[in-house]
Design a protein around this ligand. Sequence first.
Ligand code: ATP
Ligand code: RIB
Length: 287
Amino acid sequence: MITVAGSLNIDLVTEAERFPLPGETILGSGFSTVFGGKGANQAVAASRLGSEVKMVGRVGNDLYGESYVAHLTKEKIDVSDVKPVTHLPTGTASIVVAEQDNQIIVVAGANSEVTPAYVKDAMNELEKGILLVQLEIPDDAVEQAMKAAKEKGWIVILNPAPFKPLPALWWQLADYVTPNEHEAAALRKENDFLEVYNEKLIITRGSEGASFFENGKEVHIPAPKVHPVDTTGAGDTFNGGLAAFLDQGFELREAVEKAVKAASISITSLGAQSAMPTIEQLGDSHA
Ligand code: ATP
Ligand code: RIB
């Protein structure tokens, strides 16, 4: 069983040939409204890849929130702890996709109401599993979720995105910390990052795949070649996949290999969740 404590956003995605400069207006080529948010994206990835998933988060008491809960239910995710907030809207992410890259502005909205008490209450009944957290909910809730999971003896995966410096305690609470290359470089600049935490690091490297440490040596797992359409949610698919495959009993190396493959498939169409593969599609894929 995987518990994801994290964000749910509605992604407002604009496609354009290039990014506008500050103060400039340009014409875009497409617009869509899709489900996103790092927490929910990772929950959907893990569920499609065959694990039982519970989402702990908050939406607004609005149409976006209502449709998001219905969507997660269709994705076979336990939404009993995705409760609406009355005074804030569902979180949003304004995304521009251009030049095979993206720019994103997140407005937290209801995600800011994921409090330590809310998380503690939601995790109270659960017996065993894996916790997956990111940094789009308040820091004190992230910490509470990790503490509660550690007390129960769960595996804790911390995806440090969007990047912020990590308190030393979080390194101790996490079993795995999963930055992308840029986040990993920034983490290494922190004063309280110790080499001793290398063994907890799993670094995603875009088209180069991912790497992790084994007996003091960095092991590289290459990514299959695909045609990238939209990389939004690639990291989320990797994290959801990693959690799912560890949950299903695979060794770390195999879990990373499968998560890399799933993430590479996920970038082949527009939107964070649209191309996330199911476990069957992963098996059939020649990516
Ligand atoms: P994002 O923020 O866009 O969701 P990220 O920066 O968190 O992504 P990345 O390291 O870019 O994460 O990518 C995560 C995984 O997605 C990689 O390990 C790889 O499996 C896959 N991936 C990303 N970009 C490519 C690419 N161009 N070709 C093949 N696979 C890719
Ligand atoms: O990681 C991708 C996600 O980041 C998007 O879905 C967007 O909602 C932002 O949270």
